[in-house]
Design a protein around this ligand. Structure first.
Ligand code: ATP
Ligand code: ZN
Ligand code: MG
Length: 499
């Protein structure tokens, strides 16, 4: 790497008269902490400004970080002798040259810099940025972002990583209709008042709740999971920590708070509504704040927040909790779907925090319980596969290696949907997953225990998906349902008749 930095330091008063001392301090800095591969090679004084030129070919000592060190040393030395301090530092011009592992496939651009790429060589130009910019470490992240974007270009073209772990025997479906369409026809279900939401009548609701009871009684409670009740609304700082905010900003439902609850402030809105009998959108805009939170996307981020900064006693490990209260909302967009892909869904999310050994052991136990449910209770045709979700798709991640180790990663549970056609050609539906994440989230939320290293993970039990898969294979008639399931739902509640 090559760094070429023009920076300035603003002093609390004129330094022209003490130029000799300034020179001495800089020469000292060059001698003591810098060397041939990095140094302040030019500098000049102008009233209370000191202009510096720093050059470095060491990727380990980047001039923008050295700048803060220089500021401290100058402040200390000149402060002691002349009571003059450095007010602020800034960058006038900065050129950074570095090499990529692969040639980009298309143009790369990032905020705050002009990026030019020739083959594998990147030149990044930054102009006029202040101390805050330097201090908050934007520059290192900008370099990483260029690398990441190029890696991403290679990743995009590839099909997602998928490797079969286990597959059930083939099972003869009782029908091949789309259960959502049939349920709508029978009046069990209705498209919700807004896109991607559903209203579940008594029969459909009973099905979802039966699935919920099965997950609780057959999987979570036997393994010792305890219920927690989480909040639906997730402030952005939580998603910043988990990476969701940069991962899927286009999939959230954002939450806007009113600017005020004062009726006075809402008076015009109320009057306009009374007169027009329409929603006064312009007036509404004036009364809302910009969102600073979103509705639950998955429950785990807020569960991690609960443990944030805490030290968990060893005797409480592994922590096994689940939430079934917060409803997940995702802007799925892209046309209408049945209950298998909705914008608002009901999910139970178990989260586990423990040592690596505890979590690998728990994964086996969870899989065993899930197998019991899908084989003995729901009697499904299904399979399990290793996949890599977005939060593990780090640039340059070596998939081969992950295959051997199989310690962290996500397992998708997928089922055959007869209404989609041939079992070998059609797309199966992911109806739940199970992840061991490693230390990424416990680190992000600073969750600790005495001595040992912690890992965490979660599993997403989608009740709509369990229901969709079960009905697609077993139909809507209870007499064809497996006995294991009938123990949870022997007969469906009576219909509401419409005339
Ligand atoms: P997909 O690839 O199908 O969009 P995903 O990878 O986004 O799923 P995860 O974020 O891994 O899903 O969520 C875990 C579980 O949540 C899924 O296995 C599924 O049971 C459920 N789920 C996710 N998205 C939806 C949705 N739009 N409708 C219903 N259930 C969903
Ligand atoms: Zn999760
Ligand atoms: Mg999705």
């Amino acid at each position: 790497m090559k760094f070429d930095l023009e920076a300035y330091l603003t002093f609390s008063s004129n330094i022209v008269n003490i130029r000799k001392d300034v020179d001495e301090v800089i020469q000292n800095i060059n001698k003591k902490i810098f060397n041939d591969k990095k140094k302040i090679d030019k500098w000049d004084v102008d009233k209370n400004l000191l202009h510096l030129h720093i050059f470095s070919t060491l990727s380990s000592s980047r001039p923008h970080s050295l700048l803060l060190q220089i500021k401290n040393m100058l402040s200390r030395e000149l402060g002691r002798k002349h009571h003059i301090g450095v007010r602020e530092i800034g960058i006038k011009k900065y050129r950074i040259d570095f090499e990529l592992e692969k040639k980009p496939l298309k143009k790369v651009s990032i905020p705050f810099a002009d990026v030019r790429i020739d083959g594998k060589l990147v030149t990044m130009y930054i102009h006029d940025v202040d101390e805050d910019f330097v201090r908050k470490n934007y520059i290192d992240r900008m370099i990483n972002l260029v690398r990441e974007k190029v890696e991403q270009q290679y990743y995009e073209g590839k099909t997602e990583f998928w490797r079969l772990i286990w597959r059930s025997e083939e099972k003869k479906p009782v029908w091949s209709k789309d259960p959502t369409e049939e349920m709508i026809r029978l009046g069990w279900l209705k498209q919700g008042p807004t896109k991607g939401k559903w209203f579940y009548g008594p029969k459909a609701a009973a099905l979802l709740r039966a699935m919920e009871m099965i997950a609780l009684n057959e999987v979570l409670h036997p393994l010792g999971f305890q219920e927690v009740v989480s909040s639906h609304i997730v402030p952005f700082d939580i998603w910043l920590k988990t990476g969701h905010l940069e991962g899927m900003p286009g999939e959230f439902y954002y939450v806007a708070e009113p600017c005020s609850r004062d009726v006075e402030k809402w008076q015009r809105f109320i009057d306009l509504t009374k007169i027009t009998k329409e929603v006064p959108m312009e007036e509404l805009k004036n009364n809302l704040s910009i969102p600073s939170a979103g509705i639950c996307y998955a429950q785990c981020p807020v569960i991690y927040w609960f443990f944030k900064g805490r030290t968990i006693a060893e005797k409480s490990l592994p922590v096994l909790v689940y939430d079934r209260t917060a409803i997940s909302n995702r802007y799925e967009s892209g046309g209408r779907h049945g209950i298998e892909r909705v914008d608002e869904f009901h999910r139970i999310e178990p989260v586990y925090i423990g040592t690596k050994e505890q979590l690998l052991d728990l994964r086996d136990k969870l899989i065993e319980r899930y197998k019991h449910v899908f084989n003995n209770i729901l009697d499904l045709e299904w399979r399990m596969a290793w996949v890599t979700p977005w939060y593990m798709q780090q640039a340059g991640k070596n998939m081969e290696k992950q295959e051997e180790e199989q310690e962290t990663g996500t397992i998708d549970f997928e089922a055959y949907l007869p209404y989609r056609g041939d079992r070998d050609k059609s797309e199966w539906l992911e109806f739940q997953n199970l992840s061991i994440i490693g230390d990424k989230y416990v680190k992000a939320f600073n969750i600790k225990t005495q001595k040992k290293e912690l890992w965490s993970g979660c599993s997403g039990i989608g009740l709509e998906r369990w229901t969709a898969v079960f009905l697609a294979q077993k139909g809507l008639k209870p007499e064809y349902w497996p006995d294991g399931f009938k123990k949870y739902l022997e007969k469906l509640p009576r219909d509401i008749k419409f005339l």
